[in-house]
Design a protein around this ligand. Structure first.
Ligand SMILES: [Zn+2]
Ligand SMILES: [Zn+2]
Length: 257
């Protein structure tokens, strides 16, 4: 399995996962042009995308979808709630139900419910090529149920939206601060560390900090927080960015064995 995070953060999200010749786009919250350009940067052709998977209907996850589908008419997989929440829902859709596995070519896709102020948001556990990856962003909490579903993932892409102190003293208006920190908001670095403590196992290979706030977080803080859990292990740790695409190394880390 190969994973590329094309963009991650509150102004736009998209990632590509490939396994066994099947290629999916996870969220489409940057422009079609950016998707094409950023994929090309890794030698990938956007024409290889077989399907688009949506986590939820917020703009930073869907705003490039309409144009992308015009150029690359592929099926879209999303929950009924996500489709209801979209102003222009796509035509070729396959409904997703949290907890119910679906097959997309060589990939098995399990949508897991997230806790976010959207209609019916989900994260994903993806399996293919004997590799399992968990992808959870835009959630105020990692519930026991989601943690159970993420158990055994060799790659974890986990939201690290904000540093609690930076959010508290930062410039956002109070209602927005409350929304972000709520159970249906976004994960703080500290919460993400707590989730990682529960999820770390001997087969874990890579962890990626996702969906960082540009105002209320700093990649160095994410590295420090998650690094505490991974200290002394061969697990690769990376932090995804809004502006720079990232290839997530899968397979054993450089210090393994
Ligand atoms: Zn988002
Ligand atoms: Zn959202």
């Amino acid at each position: 399995m190969r994973i590329w995070v094309l963009a991650s953060g509150s102004s736009g999200n998209a990632a590509v996962v490939e396994a066994g010749g099947t290629c999916v786009l996870l969220d489409c919250g940057i422009s079609c042009r950016q998707i094409v350009t950023r994929m090309a940067g890794f030698g990938l052709d956007a024409g290889r995308i077989d399907a688009v998977l949506l986590t939820h209907e917020h703009d930073d996850h869907v705003k490039g979808l309409e144009v992308f589908l015009r150029r690359h008419p592929v099926p879209v997989l999303a929950t009924a709630g996500t489709l209801r929440g979209m102003t222009a829902p796509p035509a070729a859709i396959e409904p997703l139900v949290a907890g119910r596995e679906v097959r997309v070519g060589a990939l098995t896709v399990l949508p897991v419910p997230t806790s976010h102020d959207a209609c019916e948001p989900v994260g994903f556990v993806l399996e293919g090529d004997g590799h399992r990856a968990g992808f959870v962003t835009d959630t105020g909490v990692v519930t026991e149920l989601v943690a159970e579903r993420l158990a055994g993932c060799r790659t974890l892409l986990l939201e690290c939206n904000h540093d609690r102190d930076m959010l508290r003293v930062g410039p956002y208006p109070w209602p927005l601060k409350q929304r972000i920190a709520s159970r249906t908001g976004h994960l703080s670095n500290e919460q993400s560390r707590g989730a990682l403590e529960r999820l770390v196992h001997s087969g874990l290979e890579a962890v990626v900090g996702m969906h960082l706030s540009q105002t209320n977080n700093d990649p160095a803080l994410v590295e420090r927080e998650l690094g505490v859990v991974l200290a002394g292990s061969a697990v690769r740790l990376a932090v995804a960015s809004q502006h720079r695409a990232l290839e997530v190394g899968t397979g054993p880390g450089p210090n393994a064995g």
